[in-house]
Design a protein around this ligand. Structure first.
Ligand SMILES: Cc1cc2nc3c(=O)[nH]c(=O)nc-3n(C[C@H](O)[C@H](O)[C@H](O)COP(=O)(O)OP(=O)(O)OC[C@H]3O[C@@H](n4cnc5c(N)ncnc54)[C@H](O)[C@@H]3O)c2cc1C
Length: 556
């Protein structure tokens, strides 16, 4: 068996993870008090959404839904700073999601936690090395990967979520989902002191991570554990030349930790009243560090799907609507999942000469530079996770490997290995793609669920005060696309006052610069008034009314 270490392309961030001890101390002490800052309660109010688990997915979701005006109740098993050897590299694609969620700026989640900017990877194999830079040329100079202590990062996100008045963060362990007539109504949980409580909400989002106990009710519980990560804190080492000495000394200290790597396919049992997110829903091999990017990208998607809905009460129609979530997330999630699964298989220990040829071809292909390195790295970084790009590069590597074998003198043995190489490459990638779902991954537009419109009956637009000007354009774009969707199906729906309500004076626009509320842009008008403004004597459809108001009022 060829040792994994002998062949693996050692992926290293350009920057090292940890700073000076003194700096660490001050970070840790500032973090210590954060448990108290996070834990707060306003138990008198009813809840729109329960979130189980405040890890990466749960905290980000709580923050963004809270910002959208939802009343969120987060129940987290342990509000102390997590201490696990996971999630220490956020890819640039994930960083962009953090910015989109408003969780990153001058001061937010990766500031003051000793995070290091990461600009690419260094690969080492058999004494050769190469550097692969993230293709960041077209982005703002802040955009890069970030490496950090996972627990500090999560704690920052928790603090950010808990700072919103409508987000209630509580320490407790959820023991079961409460179900009535096939609909999840809430959760049962135990507090720190062992007291049992129940909490109810129209929607429960389960983000309880890779060891989820609750997921078996909501998805195919299949879990595969192909390997473990072993973690050591290396001190005072210059990577990679002195890696060996530092590595040996760290192993002698015996300060080793392990973390099982899991594959958990996204195979939901759509259940009214509940939704799975984050690792609990879908997990891939962590080799490429894509988990947090997928989780944050899913959070944004869910936020956007929920934005047009004021009420979440109709669990059945909501459940149907969420089918679009499963489809819309596929191209990004499946590409990151497939790359992780395929690279893990390529670089796993194997004495098969064809497999060694793929590994060597992979390394040499990336060393070619230009599009041969920027293409794969832009997929890996989450900056451009396109499924077709992935398949294209994967097979180009295989063909390149065959070319290397056959030039200049193809022998029958080399021909045979070349044929095995192509067959191996296909045997690696096609089963992964098949498991992800070919149509959903490559042709999501051919899946009917792609077009699910928000439940129409009683639809309202929920606007969280305050709406910042920068959000308005995106909001209007979403609204127009929403009206387009509804327009296909809503011919029978007459306007009602519910629908008009969001355009009432409660819509408060704030100017970020001076923070003073601007006068309401949309004066309240009855729907028939809008209709007559546009020369309609009859009721308008939902879509027509929205379109009319927005065309007229934004133009004015
Ligand atoms: C070894 C390893 C290395 C990784 N490295 C990277 C990397 O470099 N980059 C990257 O992007 N991703 C990486 N990942 C993946 C990344 O860690 C996850 O994708 C990410 O943490 C998922 O976030 P989550 O919120 O779904 O789960 P978690 O972060 O695990 O959060 C789940 C939360 O739920 C809480 N909880 C659990 N059960 C209950 C309950 N019953 N009641 C209440 N609360 C509960 C937990 O306490 C926890 O806070 C790695 C994963 C592994 C295994």
């Amino acid at each position: 068996m060829v040792a994994l270490g002998a062949v693996i392309a050692t992926l290293l961030g350009f920057a090292l993870f940890y700073g000076l001890k003194g700096k660490k101390k001050s970070i840790d002490s500032s973090m210590k008090s954060s448990e108290n800052r996070i834990c707060k309660s306003d138990s008198g109010k009813s809840t729109d959404i329960i979130i189980v688990g405040a890890g990466v997915a749960g905290s980000a979701l709580a923050y963004t839904l809270g910002k959208d005006g939802r009343r969120v109740h987060v129940i987290e098993r342990d509000l102390r700073q997590p201490d696990r050897i996971v999630g220490e590299l956020l890819q640039p694609g994930g960083y962009l999601k953090l910015v989109e969620l408003g969780l990153e700026g001058k001061l937010y989640c990766v500031s003051d936690i000793d995070a290091q900017n990461v600009y690419g990877y260094a690969l080492y194999k058999d004494g050769k090395s190469t550097k692969l830079s993230y293709p960041l040329g077209s982005f703002n100079s802040n955009v890069a990967g970030r490496s950090f202590h996972h627990g500090r990062f999560v704690q920052r996100m928790r603090e950010k979520a808990a700072s919103l008045p409508n987000v209630r963060m509580e320490q407790g362990t959820v023991t079961s989902l409460l179900e009535r007539n096939g609909t999840i109504k809430g959760v049962e949980y135990k507090t720190k002191t062992g007291e049992k409580h129940t909490a109810y909400a129209p929607l429960t989002v389960v983000c309880d991570g890779c060891c989820s106990n609750l997921r078996r009710n909501l998805c195919n519980p299949k879990v595969e554990i192909p390997s473990c990560f072993v973690g050591l804190a290396l001190e005072n080492c210059i990577i990679p030349h002195e890696l060996q000495t530092a590595f040996i000394s760290a192993t002698e200290k015996g300060n080793m930790r392990t973390m099982p790597n899991r594959n958990m396919p996204a195979a939901p049992y759509p259940t009214p009243g509940a939704l799975l997110m984050g690792d609990a829903f879908n997990m891939r091999h962590p080799l490429t560090g894509g988990g947090m990017t997928v989780a944050l990208s899913d959070v944004i998607l869910l936020r956007d799907l929920l934005r047009p809905l004021h009420s979440l009460d109709n669990a059945y129609s909501l459940c149907k609507y969420f089918e679009s979530f499963y489809t819309l997330r596929k191209p990004v999630a499946s590409t990151i999942n497939t790359l992780a699964g395929a690279l893990y298989k390529v670089f796993s220990a194997s004495s098969d000469p064809a497999r060694e040829e793929i590994r060597q071809a992979c390394f040499d292909y990336l060393r070619l530079g230009g599009v041969f390195s920027s293409g794969p790295i832009s997929i890996l970084s989450g900056l451009n996770p396109r499924p077709l790009g992935l398949v294209l590069h994967f097979f180009t590597v295989a063909v390149y490997g065959v070319g290397r074998l056959l030039i200049p003198f193809p022998s029958p043995k080399r021909l045979w290995i070349g044929a095995r190489l192509i067959s191996d490459a296909s045997g690696i990638i096609f089963p992964i793609i098949k498991a992800e779902g070919i149509t959903q991954m490559f042709f999501p537009v051919a899946v009917p669920a792609y077009y699910r419109a928000p439940p129409v009956k009683g639809i309202q637009i929920a606007l969280a005060p305050p709406i910042l000007y920068e959000d308005l354009t995106a909001f209007i774009e979403k609204l127009v696309s929403l009206t387009d969707l509804i327009g296909c199906k809503s011919e029978d729906h007459e306007l009602n006052t519910n629908i008009a309500s969001p355009l009432s004076p409660s819509l408060e626009l704030k100017n970020e610069a001076n923070d003073s509320p601007a006068p309401p842009r949309f004066p309240p008008k009855s729907n028939l008034e809008v209709a007559s403004d546009f020369g309609h004597e009859d009721n308008l459809t939902v879509a027509e009314a929205y379109r009319c108001r927005f065309i007229k009022e934004t133009c004015e």
